[in-house]
Design a protein around this ligand. Structure first.
Ligand code: ATP
Ligand code: MG
Length: 438
């Protein structure tokens, strides 16, 4: 019997629907953010990855699948997606299109020769996005928001967004020098991996998993403290944009990421899911303003991310077991004949706004109506009576907390959107208007 190659797996019929559902969410969220799909070959000339990913990275040093084809060309199975997307953007001159920035996403198999374990394979799938052509910090925030919205749509809530800045080339070079100077007398106190990285890619010493608590690393200089004014301003603007959209993050001064091409913003999102084991990082990304130029394209700032899709599926499975119950957003109860038509109209508008709504079609007593509501498990009961109608307000009962609010009809949709975010995240960010504190 011939077996599958180590580090690969089959997707059997019973599992393929999970993949299809994940792909569907990715395509829906990408549509909302207006990112368009790009598909590139799974193999490229080796030089692309050597130059694109960087000679000193773990990927290029020990993880690529390289071979010579029958024509003697050096070929590599793609270990990641960004280099190929950038190659395609340059080759097809997409950078010259009028419509900028380019907002692209991809999904597909990647290949890395690693030690297989849960959440780590030799053939695995990534979903990634790249925004090319703008240096605006708003795009950094958009990219982080896009990644976080994917997780929100998959109901993976217990996440932590870690963000840092390495600075542009100038800041990064100055910092690197400081770090090497600092580590020189201390390096033998760190693990073997750190000693190798110190020689090859000193920044990566910072995010060593073994020596994380080691005072040598705790006290090491941090990239954030060496940003020049321009890079500092960029970072502050990213942070203020994240605040504006109420995304919660932590600044992780040791976050550096594995690829050489990153400049300025870097980020990762970890999920607190025990079944993920040690592979908690679902997505990593950041800004890479020099990559397009270094692959012989024009100066083009860019920012992107890549998700490991197997890890997403592991996280989704864990979440499903915690919340097996189906839910809807709103259940509408109209009291009195005059309120009926207006209630239908409101439900209709909410549905057009993307909310899952149902309506009380029976003329039962109030107890019966609430019984039916319980079966449907709504986040909100909307109750419209004649008095409310006259005042152009509606009663919104948040089922999770039991709190009831009178909300003006013309602000209902916005109120529900805010509340859905806060009810889903289990903690209020201060303006949901639907918890005890607000
Ligand atoms: P890690 O530190 O876990 O090795 P990485 O820094 O090598 O991750 P990236 O190259 O940034 O990862 O890839 C982005 C995402 O792809 C990771 O966050 C992870 O979810 C996923 N990923 C990376 N390598 C693998 C693999 N061998 N198998 C499955 N998923 C992977
Ligand atoms: Mg890796």
């Amino acid at each position: 019997m011939i077996n599958k190659v180590k580090g690969t797996y089959d997707i059997l019929p019973e599992d393929s629907s999970k993949w299809q559902e994940l792909e569907q969410v990715i395509s829906n969220v990408s549509r909302i953010f207006n990112f368009k799909e790009i598909r590139t070959p799974i193999f490229e000339v080796s030089d692309l990855f050597h130059r694109g990913v960087g000679e000193s990275t773990d990927i290029i040093k020990k993880e690529t699948y390289d071979f010579k084809d029958r024509g003697g060309r050096l070929i590599t199975l793609r270990p990641e997606g960004t280099a190929s997307v950038v190659r395609s953007v340059i080759e097809n001159k997409l950078y010259a299109q009028a419509n900028q920035p380019l907002k692209l996403y991809y999904q597909g198999s990647m290949f890395r020769y690693e030690r297989p374990q849960k959440g780590r394979y030799r053939q695995f799938r990534q979903f990634g996005a790249e925004a090319l052509g703008s240096n605006s910090p708003l795009i950094d925030a958009e990219i982080i928001n896009y990644a976080s919205t994917i997780l929100e749509s998959l109901r993976i809530k217990d996440i932590i967004i870690k963000i840092n800045s390495l600075g542009g080339s100038e800041s990064k070079d100055i910092y690197k020098e400081k770090l090497v100077e600092y580590l020189k007398p201390n390096i033998t106190g760190l693990c073997n991996d750190c000693q190798r990285r110190y020689e090859e890619n000193p920044l990566r010493v910072l995010d060593c998993k073994i020596d994380r608590e080691n005072p040598i690393l705790v006290d090491a200089p941090k990239p954030l403290d060496y940003l020049n004014d321009e890079d500092r301003y960029h970072f502050d603007q990213v942070i203020s944009a994240l605040d504006a959209i109420q995304l919660k993050y932590v600044i992780d001064k040791n976050l550096v990421r594995g690829l050489d091409y990153y400049t300025n913003t870097v980020f990762e999102i970890d999920a607190n899911v025990s079944t993920l084991g040690a592979q908690k990082t679902l997505v990593g990304g950041g800004r890479y303003n020099n990559l397009v130029k270094s692959l012989d394209g024009p100066e083009t700032p860019a920012v992107g991310f890549a998700f490991g899709m197997e890890r997403l599926l592991i996280a989704i499975e864990a979440v499903k077991q915690q919340t097996p119950k189906e839910f809807i957003h709103c259940y509408m109860i109209a009291l009195g004949d005059n309120a009926q038509n207006e209630a239908l109209k409101i439900v209709n508008e909410l549905r057009h706004g993307g909310l899952i709504c149902d309506y009380d079609f029976f003329n039962k007593n109030l107890k019966g109506k609430f019984k039916q509501s319980e079966r449907l498990n709504p986040m909100f009961n909307l109750i419209l009576g004649e008095d409310e109608l006259a005042e152009q307000v509606i009663n919104v009962k948040i089922t999770k907390t039991g709190i009831q609010k009178r909300v003006p009809l013309n602000g209902l949709y916005q109120f529900l959107l805010n509340s859905i975010r806060n009810v889903s995240s289990d903690s209020c960010s201060g303006n949901c208007n639907s918890c005890d504190e607000c």
